[in-house]
Design a binder for this molecule. Sequence first.
Ligand SMILES: Nc1nc2c(ncn2[C@@H]2O[C@H](COP(=O)(O)OP(=O)(O)OP(=O)(O)O)[C@@H](O)[C@H]2O)c(=O)[nH]1
Ligand SMILES: [Mg+2]
Ligand SMILES: [Zn+2]
Length: 294
Amino acid sequence: MTGRLAGRIVAVHGRHFLVEAADGRYDCVTRGKKGGLACGDRVEIKLTSLDAGVIEKNLPRDNLLYRSDSFHTKLLAANVDQVFIVTAAVPTPDPGLLDRCLVASEAAGIPARIVVNKTDLPETAAWLDKLAPYEAMGYPLIHLAAKQDIAPLAAWLAEKTSILVGASGVGKSTLINSLVPEAEIATREVSEALDTGKHTTTNTRLYHLPGGGALIDSPGMQEFALGHLNQDDLQAAFPEFRPLIGQCRFYNCRHLKEPNCAILAAVEDGRIQRRRWRCYETLCRELDGAAKHY
Ligand SMILES: Nc1nc2c(ncn2[C@@H]2O[C@H](COP(=O)(O)OP(=O)(O)OP(=O)(O)O)[C@@H](O)[C@H]2O)c(=O)[nH]1
Ligand SMILES: [Mg+2]
Ligand SMILES: [Zn+2]
C-alpha cells in the first residue's frame, strides 16, 4: 500500500474526505491537524488500505468559495466554474443572504447565477419582482420548479463543475435528485410554523451529472460572513458600482458619506438600489469591526 494517487475531494464529513481517483473512492484523512480542504480540491493521496488513504498534498486551486468571520473560516468548495444561488418564495427569502452569496462569488472570481425554484407556488410572482434588478445587474435568473421541469437549469450545467448554495429548504437537494436520479439525497418539508427549512443536508458533496459535469450540494446557510474581504474586494463585488469607480471626488472614497461621491449620487437618483448600497454599508462596517480583532 505505498502507491500515490491523484484524485478529487467529492465529499467532506468533518475531518474525513472522500477522494475520488481514477480507480475508485477512498476514505481519507489529513496528516496532523492540517485542515483547509474543500469539496472539489484536487489532491494527492497515499493509500493506507484498499479503501482508505492519507491526503499528502493539495494541488493549486483555481478558486475557493468560502465564508469567514473573525473566528471561523468555512470552506464551501474549490475549483468550481459557477455558483447557483438557489432561492424560493417559500420559506420567506432573505434578500440579504442573496446579496452576500453574490458578493462571495464575485470576490472568489466565480460567475454567479440566481435560481428561482418552486415557481409552482403562487408566492413566486412577488419574489420575481424583487429579483428583477439583479437581472439588470447582469446576473442570469433561472426560473423552474424542481419537481416538474429541470430543463432550464440543466441547460447551464454541461461539462462544468457547479455548486448550489442558499438557505435551507429552497430545494437544492431536490434539484440534484431530479438531475442525478441515483443521488437519492434526503429532502424535507419546510417548517410552516417557523417559516424555515430544516437543515436537512449536513455536508457538502459532489455528484456527477449523467450528461457530463458535476454538481455540488451544500448545507443550507442562515448567514454568510465575509470577514476575509477588504475594502477593494468589497466595492468590486457590486457590479452596479463598477462603472462609477474612479468618479468620486476622493480617490480613496469609501462611498459611505463622502462629499461628491458618484456611488451615493447614483443611490440618490435610483440608478443604484438603496438596499444594495445598505448591504454594502453593512459589510463595510463588519470589515471595520473585524479589523479591530487583529
Ligand atoms: N412546491 C415545491 N416544493 C419544492 C420544490 N422543490 C423542492 N420543494 C420542496 O422543498 C422542501 C425542501 O427541499 P430540499 O431539497 O430538502 O431543500 P434544501 O435546499 O436541500 O434544504 P437543506 O438541505 O436544509 O439546505 C421539500 O419539501 C421539497 O419537496 C418545487 O419546485 N416546488
Ligand atoms: Mg439539502
Ligand atoms: Zn464614492
